[in-house]
Design a protein around this ligand. Sequence first.
Ligand SMILES: C[S@@+](CC[C@H](N)C(=O)[O-])C[C@H]1O[C@@H](n2cnc3c(N)ncnc32)[C@H](O)[C@@H]1O
Length: 244
Amino acid sequence: MKSCNVYENNSMKEVLGETLRPGGYSLTEKGVRFCKFKPEDTVLDLGCGMGATVGYLYVRHRIKAVGLDPSEKLIGLAREQYKFADFVIGAGENIPFEKDSFNGVFAECTLSLMEDLEATLKEISRVLKKGGWLVITDVYAKKPGLLKELNGIPFNSCMRSMHDLELLKEQLKELGFCIMLLEDHSDLLRSLMAQIVFSYGSMNAFWSKTTGNCAVSCRFQEILKACKPGYFLMIARKGDAAYE
Ligand SMILES: C[S@@+](CC[C@H](N)C(=O)[O-])C[C@H]1O[C@@H](n2cnc3c(N)ncnc32)[C@H](O)[C@@H]1O
């Protein structure tokens, strides 16, 4: 069954605003500080959506990041709003840049949306320089047992493909990444859910409006709850932890 990109949907923007993720820029800022990014660094914002992080990195830190997203609609909005920046249409599974192009990759609430996570992580590793940083913020299941069933639901919200954190850590280590920081920020997801319930009356009403399918959204909400969703910040470094 074909899935729709819910991030192009107005109800998502109404609730989330310019950043299509929980927590706005708070974890972006933490990532910049932790990795000590400088204006001369080359940075990719993978799954940049409407380009908010690319704008933020330039306005706050003078870092000229490139945004990549498969959605023509979202890239169009990003280009309109942040005329000074480069935005490219493309997918994480096939990143249209040379190897060793970047000092940093941000993947904010986007790896959970990849059709092929393994291929995407390989691509990230390819385009990162040695010692380059990968900053991930995303949703994860504290009880990953029902994730397979959740994955079967046909619409592409990141909540459908929450991470199993143990699996993600293993995949990154196998690719030669070193996990430098891992923090739980589930409070940001809880605040966002409270905001949604305030605006829509219930999570069910929100998913129903977003997917346009009541039966799908009811089942989705049921399994979602059982998986106990959380939110995390993970920062991984390509190569040796001590690399300078
Ligand atoms: C939750 S939104 C986050 C957008 C942005 N990072 C932000 O935080 O505002 C997820 C984004 O991932 C994008 N996306 C979906 N599939 C993708 C893929 N295969 N490669 C790269 N981005 C993808 C969507 O179009 C959407 O813009």
